[in-house]
Design a protein around this ligand. Structure first.
Ligand SMILES: Cc1cc2nc3c(=O)[nH]c(=O)nc-3n(C[C@H](O)[C@H](O)[C@H](O)COP(=O)(O)OP(=O)(O)OC[C@H]3O[C@@H](n4cnc5c(N)ncnc54)[C@H](O)[C@@H]3O)c2cc1C
Length: 396
């Protein structure tokens, strides 16, 4: 049986960086990855450009329950450390006005390549096609067994197997089971950063139309997070960045808390206040514009016809109300294949905030998306993966 001081389960961003930091502080480390290659999510991230970080990094961009842990980890490996880490590996980056940081090549393959080069330089072995399906623990030593019955022994184990989103890329939630066997509680994982299912005539009529809008979640009558961005009407409901950004609260309400009174409020004309919009529509009516053309130049052409068909007889006031504050009742979210992120995972109350070691089992650590830590869109989730990976690797 092979023996190492540290075994990392999962060759995603958190597992790769955990292996690098562990090796740099002298641990004899191996990565076990169930897929034929490591870092597949890195390759698809940011639409192939990999939004590796956000310059406005702090704990307020993460779920409330994880903020103390996130703050503690970013104190050890935050924005500057992440920059320096990648700079040292040779990755040049640039940042956008909204704080998002990308590789200068705009290619996520550059990010994976510098990480792979560092693993090679440090001689970290990577066992691919090795799915850890069982772990036994006795007298301070873990034995990880693959589904092909290969065994590896170690003193320190980092579980960095990811969440449940995009299962075809490797992380399908199987590592929750491993954690449970050590007594860890799992906050029910639900798809986050996901399109929403809505049954509404307007979605049907406007299928395929994309606009700039503001979207706000409303759960049980209580207003939640608001986001500005693209809104895409689809045959099943609503998608686009404005929806993806507010979808986590909605997914938790519907999929975890079984709530029924869940809506999205959309302002389809966020660049005009109600009064300005009203006087512009009135000006158009006074000038004798045809009903089908009333929204021309404000929204894509199809909107005029759709609004006239659905609301024309109810008058201009109704059209304005619908444009500025339309409530869509949400019936569900799209599934794991379309969710960029998992909300939920290993309950962070059982994890030491400064090292990410389990409070239940000495030598057991967690890193990345497997933990109940979810960040906003914009580089916050990879930032968490690098930082939690780095810190989890440090302690021997
Ligand atoms: C399409 C898409 C685009 C994204 N874009 C961005 C972005 O631009 N910026 C950003 O900040 N975030 C982005 N994210 C989110 C980000 O990619 C994830 O939060 C991040 O990859 C999580 O890293 P991780 O190492 O924890 O898990 P993962 O990347 O999921 O890696 C886990 C690894 O563990 C392996 N594994 C699982 N179980 C086992 C087992 N039993 N044995 C061995 N190996 C196992 C898996 O195969 C996988 O390789 C995106 C996500 C998606 C799906």
């Amino acid at each position: 049986m092979k023996k190492f001081s540290t075994l990392i389960i999962g060759g995603g961003p958190s597992g790769i960086v955990a292996a690098i930091s562990a090796k740099r502080v002298g641990q004899d480390v191996i990565i076990c990855e169930r897929m034929p290659r490591i870092g597949r999510k890195i390759l698809v991230s940011g639409n192939g450009r990999c939004n590796i970080l956000n310059e406005k990094l702090n704990e307020s961009f993460y779920n409330q329950t994880a903020r103390n842990m996130v703050r503690s980890i970013f104190e050890k490996f935050g924005e500057i450390s992440t920059y320096n880490f990648f700079k040292e590996l040779g990755l040049e980056v640039y940042s956008r006005r909204d704080g998002r940081v990308f590789p200068i090549t705009n290619q996520s393959s550059s990010v994976l390549k510098v990480l792979e080069m560092e693993l090679e330089r440090l001689s970290v072995p990577v066992e691919v096609n090795f799915e850890v399906s069982r772990i036994s623990y006795s007298k301070g030593r873990f034995v990880a067994t693959s589904n092909g019955n290969k065994n590896i022994e170690c003193e320190k184990l980092v579980i960095a197997g990811g969440g449940k989103s995009y299962p075809a890329l490797g992380s399908d939630g199987n590592c929750y089971k491993l954690a449970k066997e050590f007594g860890h509680k799992i906050i029910e994982p639900v798809p986050a950063a996901s399109p929403l299912l809505v049954k509404d005539r307007l979605c049907h009529a406007l299928q395929g139309q994309k606009i700039f809008a503001s979207a706000k979640s409303i759960v049980g009558g209580k207003e939640g997070y608001e986001s500005y961005g693209d809104l895409l009407f689809t045959k099943y409901g609503l998608s686009g960045t404005a929806i993806i950004d507010i979808s986590e609260d909605i997914s938790i309400a519907i999929n975890r808390d079984n709530k029924k009174d869940v809506c999205v409020s959309i302002d389809m004309v966020p660049f005009m206040d109600r009064e300005t919009l009203k006087s512009e529509i009135k000006r158009r009516i006074d000038k004798g514009w045809k009903a089908d053309d009333l929204l021309t130049g404000i929204l894509p052409n199809k909107f005029g016809t759709a609004f006239n068909d659905l609301l024309g007889r109810r008058g201009a006031e109704n059209i304005i109300n619908t444009l500025k504050n339309r409530l869509f009742k949400v019936t569900g979210t799209r599934g794991w294949n379309e969710a960029y992120l998992t909300s939920g995972g290993i309950d962070t109350r059982d994890i030491k905030e400064s090292t990410l070691e389990s409070k239940l089992v000495t030598g057991l650590y967690f890193a990345g998306e497997i933990l109940d830590v979810s960040g906003r869109r914009g580089g916050y989730n990879l930032a968490w993966a690098w930082a939690s990976g780095f810190v989890s690797g440090l302690t021997s």
